[in-house]
Design a protein around this ligand. Structure first.
Ligand code: BES
Ligand code: ZN
Ligand code: ZN
Length: 498
């Protein structure tokens, strides 16, 4: 989709459809629309006055223009209450409007939001508009034989009368487009089936992304991991025929002697549970258990595109968790890269094992701050559902920075307690720690398990088990991968610029 800033009036603009937002509690038509509405015999005013269109969030209505202006259709979209209107509302409203435009077979669309959103930064508002539009029209139909050649919106004109805002709007278009592309990259990865997206395939995609943006990529093979003593990672991988891969992406946007921040992702390309096999129903969903790695790769892509002036190391811990004659068994004791021993009580608690060695490696590479992302626990889905990502941290300042970045991205996060009492739950009778802490506080004990390998380095763990994947369409998200984490990590990287 081509997106442009258009300094034209609604009346003359040559597009198939125009999307206009209307507030629930302020029915005055945007200035740019007033003249157009006069040409339409005040049809829109009338609809609003008669409460046929109320402006509630998610409400839509199509007004046909019968040749009175050049656009054939006007699509009204409800903006909801003015005081609640934020960038996130723009994302949703644009997605809803554009999905309807697509259904109406409009190829070119004009959108008139920017003049209306007083109080919001034009750059951020425009970025949100582009994110919402592109992500709203996202589809994953690679494996459908038909359905591919549907009419979709190819041109989006952002109607912006103000010359002063021109540069900000153009910067917003660039930012939003790039963030959406990287988010879609992560969605695609999550949506890929496990037989296609093996650890090897995902590593090869990481190499491609690296090449596109000049990011160094190194792939550690099983042998390298053995030499490093990564007994936890290899313990998980050993049940599978697919060799594990540990991908390291190094982006140097800052100075060489500046700090390095690591983003570490759980990348289980299929989680069967291993010998502690999961029940059959819903097991297919476990092809999405690489959502953490997808978010890290998406973020590295965004960073490669937008080039913040800071140093970031992206780490993807990739393997399958499978049962076999060689698989790890409950009762086994394995040794991590740090030398800490782990008693395995459930082979389905595998993500924390992979991450234990990955965060240790991030520290070995010199990372002085760490964020890990993982579809780690079912308990997190129970606690926060598909709406909010859980956070565990060892550092107040670092978690605040992350919360702020998530807020900028419009992604919801919620910090859980991580007091040392919870750590007691993963003490083992026979080894240093055990890989499950029992039914209580499952998301916290899983996070604290990773924390055991972090030490004092400022660290935030993001449990995206509920948020990485959606079960239904809503606003700008679709059923399947959401790409959660990509934009939060980008904004975090951006906030680290000196
Ligand atoms: N990948 C799962 C967690 C998960 C569950 C992600 C639902 C997305 C949706 C993880 O590896 C797992 O199986 N965790 C176990 C841990 C338990 C054995 C302590 C869980 O949550 O049941
Ligand atoms: Zn598991
Ligand atoms: Zn898992």
């Amino acid at each position: 989709m081509i997106i442009k800033n258009a300094n034209e009036s609604l009346k003359n603009i040559l597009v198939d459809g125009i999307i206009v937002g209307i507030f629930e509690d302020d029915h005055s038509l945007p200035e740019a629309l007033q003249e157009t509405d006069q040409n339409l015999g005040e049809a829109i005013q009338e609809l609003v006055r008669n409460q046929e269109f109320t402006g509630k969030e998610k409400e839509t209505m199509v007004v046909h223009t019968f040749g009175k202006i050049s656009a054939k259709k006007i699509i009204l979209v409800g903006f909801g209450k003015k005081e609640k209107f934020q960038e996130e509302s723009i994302r949703a409203a644009t997605a809803i409007g554009l999905k309807l435009a697509k259904k109406l077979k409009c190829k070119s669309v004009g959108i008139n939001f920017i003049d209306q959103v007083e109080g919001l930064c034009p750059k951020k508002a425009t970025s949100a508009l582009c994110e919402g539009g592109l992500l709203g029209l996202y589809e994953f139909n690679k494996y459908k034989s038909s359905d591919k050649a549907q009419v979709t919106v190819t041109d989006l004109l952002i109607l912006n009368k103000s010359i002063e805002n021109k540069t900000l709007v153009e910067e917003g278009i660039d930012l939003g487009k790039n963030l959406a592309m990287s988010t879609m990259l992560a969605r695609d990865l999550v949506n890929e089936p496990g037989n296609v997206l093996t650890p090897k395939e995902m590593a090869s995609r990481a190499i491609d992304i690296g090449k596109q943006h000049g990011i160094q990529v190194e792939v550690l093979e099983e042998e390298d991991m053995r030499k490093l003593g990564m007994g936890c990672f290899l313990g998980v991988a050993q049940g599978s025929e697919e060799p594990p891969k540990l991908v390291v992406m190094k982006y140097e946007g800052g100075k060489k002697d500046d700090e390095y921040t690591a983003f570490v992702g759980k990348g289980i390309t299929f989680d069967s549970g291993g010998i502690s096999l999961k029940p059959g129903a819903g097991m297919d969903e476990m092809k999405t258990d690489m959502g953490g790695s997808a978010a890290v790769l998406g973020a590295m892509d965004a960073i490669g595109r937008l080039k913040p002036k800071t140093n970031i190391i992206g780490i993807l811990g990739l393997c399958e968790n499978m049962p076999s004659g060689r698989a790890m068994k409950p009762g086994d004791i394995i040794t991590s890269m740090t030398g800490k021993t782990v008693e395995i009580l459930n082979t389905d608690a595998e993500g924390r094992l992979v991450l234990a060695d990955c965060v240790s490696y991030a520290k070995k590479l010199g990372a002085t701050k760490i964020v890990d992302l993982a579809t780690l626990t079912g308990a997190c889905v129970v606690a926060l559902g598909a709406i909010t990502t859980a956070l565990i941290t060892n550092n107040k300042i670092w978690v605040e920075k992350l919360k702020q970045s998530a807020d900028e991205a419009g992604e919801k996060v919620w910090q859980l307690p991580a007091d040392s009492e919870y750590g007691e739950l993963i003490k083992s009778d026979i080894a240093d720690i055990k890989n499950i802490g029992g039914r209580d506080a499952g998301t916290i004990t899983a996070g604290l398990f990773i924390g055991e390998f972090i030490g004092e380095t400022p660290w935030v763990h993001m449990d995206i088990a509920g948020t990485a994947r959606a079960t239904k369409e809503k606003g700008y998200t679709h059923k399947g991968g959401t790409g959660v984490g990509v934009r939060t990590l980008y904004y975090l990287a951006k906030s680290l610029e000196k």
